[in-house]
Design a protein around this ligand. Sequence first.
Ligand SMILES: [Fe+2]
Ligand SMILES: [Fe+2]
Length: 406
Amino acid sequence: MDSRRILFVDADRETIQKISKVILDATKDWECEIVGSAAEGLDRLDSAHFDAVITEVVLPDLDGIEFLNRTKKRHPEVIRLILSEETNRNTVLQALEATHQYLLKPCIPMDLLSVLQHAFAIQHAVPNARLQKLLGKLTRIPSMPACYQELQAALSSGDATFRDIGRIISKDPGLTARILKMVHSAYFGLPRGVVNIDQAAAFLGTDFIKSLVLTLELFTKYEQAGISRAFLDRLFEHSLLVAGLTRALAKEGGLSATEREMAFTAGLLHDVGKLILAENQAEEYQSVMELQVTYNINIWQAEWRVFGVTHAEVGAYLLSLWGFPDEQCNAVRFHHQPHLSKDNRFTILTAVHLANAFGSIPREDLYHTRRRIHIPYIEQIGGFDDLPAWEQACLNLIAVAEEEVI
Ligand SMILES: [Fe+2]
Ligand SMILES: [Fe+2]
């Protein structure tokens, strides 16, 4: 890995020294610097290049969150992490807009190293300097929603039962009702007899339920943020359809059970970048939509003109920050331009790309749908002869789903 420079801002020098020693031992060309106050931290950031800054919330001279806010303004390209003993919910919530990830002490140094490596890998994968700047300035990069985080923690403990999953979700009756409504849509083929989350989780799998929770929580957050209802409804319907199609295509394409689950999530979240751009850059996003109509171009092409980046890149960046695996981040990142990937076989990206073509709303005629499919890419993965079968799988599912109202 390339050389990286990390700045720690923490008055507890002894603890940080131990952590940074492990990091330095495990990496070749990395450098760590430790300062004890926000003033010194800002000073160092102004005078030298750093790839990441990791701060405690409680600093002797300034609140760590305020320190990160200033860092964000002055050096938006630097990855900002919090490593703190502070677990007060309000502090954590406040901090989430300033930091890319909030990590708690005591910390296993190798965990911190993997967070950093992941964050740097994204920077490398998204070399567009304008995107880096834009993302750094976005005031609201959403944090991982709460119920999703709770599910994630329960599932990673390894001994969570379907009942535990049901219990966590049922704490939010609105969410529970919406999930049950969604799983009963024809996209997911759940029997009518399923009346609670425990049963749905047993039938569909816990990862599947987890992805639905994440999507619903995200959309609810944006409803509260004042994005137009029509825009959200359309995007939500499209995301669900694309998720269902992605899952069906993943099966057709011969992906493993794990890959199929991953594909479903990538399908659900493939356009999440639109939410972020629409909320943070509301006026500009309006002009994106106008451009799209005026010049009859794709939305991502219009976004490229206005922002210099697309919702696909923004979405992939968000998923990377949240620690999603590379296959899913790549599927989101390249879903409109799959030929830019290095794929040479059917992958999660292939499924999302095709599902997005077939799941566009309003539903266009087949001619327009086919035009959305990147044929050179399909050739690149050796799938040209399979295209009619994939198309048929999508059309079958759409025909069933259209009889239902979600
Ligand atoms: Fe898209
Ligand atoms: Fe889409």
